[in-house]
Design a protein around this ligand. Structure first.
Ligand code: AMP
Length: 212
């Protein structure tokens, strides 16, 4: 199964992707995490990416697609995968189908803007394994320590109030039209993301028609 998750920053795509990946036994591929890994490597490309995303801007389609294709060549992607953060505009969606990558579903995590601001403020990420948490809605067992790998959690550099505002504006302008794009293709599935994590995942599996 090849899925993509749609939704505003903070809608819970990272958490949903990880939970679904465990249930469906396929990897989750977050383009944001691929970019943060590239920044962490200290490469020249990483420095260019950092300058863009720490200001809330998108990375070029060319860069993102080359990083994504490299990741998709790995053996764990053979049986399918969950894309988190890609496509983010219509041009990326068109390129996905031109590359012969056919999505089974685009799952929209629906959430009001007011809720997003509160969610992003409490978001934490593990810099080692890229697991995401929320201090209130999805806390770790030990404060500040990743449940998956024991890494020390961090606040993302682009989760500041003014950058969040910019990311939301870009989302509404560039990414939100993908809802209609996938609806027209008959690929859209929608889940309300305001419930707790377990209930949202259960609703998602039901909407996707997956029985485990
Ligand atoms: P995310 O972790 O999905 O919130 O992504 C963090 C940041 O990485 C975004 O705000 C963008 O700057 C960049 N990014 C992630 N995915 C893409 C993409 N598909 N196209 C362009 N930029 C992206």
């Amino acid at each position: 199964m090849i899925l993509t998750l749609l939704g505003a920053p903070g809608a819970g795509k990272g958490t949903m992707a990880r939970q679904l990946a465990k249930k469906l036994q396929i990897p989750t591929i977050s383009t944001g995490a691929l970019l943060r890994d590239e920044i962490g490597s200290g490469s020249m490309l990483g420095k260019e990416i950092d300058a863009l995303i720490s200001n809330g801007n998108f990375v070029s389609d060319e860069t993102i697609i080359s990083l994504l294709l490299k990741r998709l060549e790995e053996a764990d992607c053979q049986k399918g995968y969950i894309l988190d953060g890609f496509p983010r505009n219509e041009s990326q969606a068109d390129q996905l189908s031109q590359l012969g990558i056919l999505l089974d579903k685009a799952l929209l995590l629906s959430i009001p803007d007011a809720e997003i601001i509160a969610r992003l403020a409490g978001r934490r990420e593990c810099p080692n394994c890229r697991a995401t948490y929320h201090i209130q809605y999805n806390p770790t067992k030990l404060d500040g320590v990743c449940d998956e790998c024991g890494g020390a959690l961090q606040i993302r550099a682009d989760d500041t109030p003014e950058i969040i505002k910019k990311r939301l504006e870009i989302y509404h302008k560039q990414t939100e039209p993908l809802i209609q794009y996938f609806r027209q293709k008959g690929l859209l599935a929608v889940v309300q993301s305001e419930q707790g994590v377990d209930d949202t995942v259960a609703s998602a599996l039901k909407t996707l028609g997956v029985t485990l």
